[in-house]
Design a protein around this ligand. Structure first.
Ligand code: SF4
Length: 575
């Protein structure tokens, strides 16, 4: 089929799969069949990989009770953060690279239809076949039919977010086809009958002792004396996977990039499992989100520098595989590219939200997010967790009835952020995630406007108090009573409803002894504007951090300027 479907309506209606698909033994695999226990699975396999479970606040509350999870996450994310910071710091033109990545992505979004058609022409010219899938069901149907046409009932898979998003493994299992994940972390998640909780490190919520238990219970050929030494675990998985690689006739992959002007597809990975899948089988099927297209081969120069440093904290990917159509006598002799929409054209139509399609899935924003670090990925109820999930998931599901008010669990996702801005600072393609979060929050509030809610009542009360100086001053005085409730520790741990919604999950610091107004009243000299030249706003934060700079009118004995005072709730307070 040769047509672009940009602008065509996306098929509506939730996907449904049989309840027993993928069980036991994990998401459509034959591995571990017979091990019927669900003891490892943190999350039951959802019918809809972009919308499962409770709302974020409820799921986060439950996740916060899991101290082991928090320990695993804190260790893993801090390790990756440090590695990233070190290798990014080595690149003198890092900011210029980010600008280039952002500019290329903006250009791609501006002419997506023509680039996709160019990609299709070049893939076909080199012997490949291109399929267009409007939604997850269509993509899964295309892949299942292609696999069945080869006559096999087993496939190997390279780690792929696009096929996670469509629930491909479960759909294949329903057709009697077993899909074997070959990425080590994906294998762990699959054997555990679990869901991934991180874009790059799907089993980040597991420590090595848990992984050993999973291998012993679910990987039939695991050595009985397996220890939890990482090398031993990796060797056990290697031996297990080697058999699958050598017998597989069909492989399924995602793609990091698809190059329009050559028809070249790209997969980057760290373990070599991808290289095995992409070269050994006779048939290769690649499922790629339509936003992954880049205009020219030389654009890869930018992304292949940005991606490894931002994702695994490496200077370059250990394995970068590129292929163009089919090459007689070398590699797969049949190549199919499935271009997946699944809500992306709706996101593209949104002038603010479309920047979410710039994402190159590096996961740097997850690793720096204070919210993600505490609750983990499962609380987001989507295969896309963390800051990027909070802006991408609700938009992808809009066309199937999402983000239309309080009844949709995904409507709570844009609120899963402190708006500290750390995600924007590390994003290699400069997606302004905080601004999109604020926009999506506004839309969600607007969708519920008129309906009586606790939030609405609180906002009305705040508006009543804050719109009158005397009322506000009285409220400030009343808040001072909080110091009595806080006691000597200075923390308020319990409040009556509706304020209990806050103290259920966190303490409230006691109000300051002196209000800002009192502080201001004690400093009449500050009321006179300084005669100094005006400093442009964008230069002020740099000056604040300059030890030689004194904020006009604030002397050292006054303490730090408000922007650096943790009491003002600036970025970093809750990190
Ligand atoms: S939003 Fe940016 S930082 Fe987050 S995964 Fe995507 S590219 Fe990486």
């Amino acid at each position: 089929m040769s047509r672009t479907f940009l602008g065509l309506p996306v098929r509506r209606g939730a996907r449904t799969l049989p309840d027993d698909v993928g069980r036991p033994g994990g998401r459509g695999t034959s591995a571990g069949a017979g091990a019927a226990s669900d003891a490892f699975g943190d999350v039951p396999h959802p019918d809809a990989p972009l919308r499962w479970g409770d709302t974020f606040p409820d799921a986060a509350r439950a996740a916060l009770q899991n101290t082991q999870l928090r320990r695993n996450l804190a260790h893993a994310t801090s390790t990756i953060r440090d590695k990233r910071a070190a290798v990014v710091g080595e690149v003198p033109d890092w900011e210029a690279l980010r600008d280039a990545g952002s500019a290329i992505k903006t250009d791609v979004m501006a002419r997506l239809p023509e680039l996709l058609e160019e990609l299709e022409r070049n893939v076909v010219a080199r012997g490949g076949v291109v399929h267009w899938a409007r939604d997850a069901d269509e993509a899964n149907r295309i892949v299942a039919d292609l696999v069945k046409a080869t006559g096999v009932d087993e496939v190997v898979k390279v780690k792929s977010m696009a096929t996670q998003e469509t629930g491909l493994n479960e759909a294949l299992a329903a057709e009697g086809i077993a899909a074997h994940e070959t990425d080590l972390a994906e294998l762990i998640v699959q054997l555990a009958d679990d869901m991934p909780s991180h874009i790059l490190v799907p089993a980040i919520h597991r420590n090595r002792a848990e992984i050993r238990e999973i291998f012993l219970a679910r990987m039939g050929d695991a050595p009985p004396d397996l220890s939890d030494v990482p090398r031993e675990l990796a060797m056990a998985a290697r031996a297990h996977l080697r058999r699958a690689f050598l017998s597989a006739k069909v492989a399924i992959s995602g793609a990091n990039f698809g190059v329009a002007d050559t028809g070249t597809l790209t997969v980057v990975e760290s373990e070599g499992n991808g290289r095995m899948c992409l070269t050994l089988p006779e048939t290769l099927i690649t499922v790629m989100g339509i936003e992954k297209v880049v205009p020219t081969y030389t654009d890869l120069e930018v992304f292949l520098q940005l991606l490894p440093r931002s994702s695994t904290g490496e200077r370059m990917n250990p394995y970068t595989s590129l292929w163009t159509g089919v090459t007689p006598g070398d590699g797969p002799q049949e190549f199919h590219l499935v271009l997946l929409d699944n809500g992306r054209t709706d996101v593209l139509a949104d002038e603010v939200g479309r920047a979410a399609l710039h994402c190159i899935r590096c996961s740097a924003c997850l690793n720096v997010c204070p919210v993600y670090e505490r609750v983990g990925g499962h609380a987001y109820g989507s295969v896309y967790p963390g800051p990027i999930g909070a802006i991408l998931t609700p938009q992808l599901t809009t066309s199937s009835g999402g983000m239309s008010g309080h009844h949709d669990p995904n409507a709570s996702l844009p609120f899963a952020s402190t708006l500290c801005g750390a995600c924007y600072e590390v994003c290699p393609v400069k997606i302004d995630i905080p601004s999109i979060l604020v926009e999506l929050r506004a839309r969600e509030v607007d969708a519920d406007r008129g309906r009586p809610t606790g939030w609405g009542a609180a906002m009305k009360a705040a508006s009543f108090v804050m719109s009158d100086a005397r009322r506000f001053a009285l409220a400030e005085k009343a808040a001072g009573l909080g110091r009595v409730v806080a006691g000597p520790k200075g923390r308020i741990t319990t409040l009556p409803p509706p304020a209990s919604a806050w103290t259920r999950s966190r303490d409230l610091p006691a109000p300051a002894k002196q209000t800002f107004r009192d502080w201001w009243r004690d400093r009449p000299d500050l009321a006179t504007p300084p005669a100094d030249p005006v400093v442009p706003p964008q230069d002020r934060s740099a000056l604040r951090n300059d030890p030689g700079f004194a904020e006009p009118g604030i002397t050292p004995q006054d303490g730090p300027p408000p922007g650096n005072d943790p009491g003002f709730g600036e970025r970093g307070e809750d990190r």
